[in-house]
Design a protein around this ligand. Structure first.
Ligand SMILES: [Zn+2]
Length: 61
């Protein structure tokens, strides 16, 4: 059975794992309702994008 000649260095293991961990989702405050939302996404709370552009009208209640 083929076997590695040398032990893999800690630096090599670490550089492989440098992409392993999930980053937290970036959020920005909605300019309309001030809720934290993802950037470049229609606000799920008030349905606005780029200020006054209402895309998804939400008639809650
Ligand atoms: Zn909003």
């Amino acid at each position: 059975m083929a076997v590695p000649k040398r032990k893999q260095s800690n630096a090599r293991t670490g550089s492989r794992r440098s992409h392993d961990f999930k980053k937290p989702v970036q959020t920005v405050a909605c300019p309309n309702c001030n809720k934290m939302i993802q950037p470049h996404v229609v606000c799920p709370n008030c349905g606005q994008y780029m200020r006054r552009e209402v895309i998804a009208k939400d008639d809650a209640k």
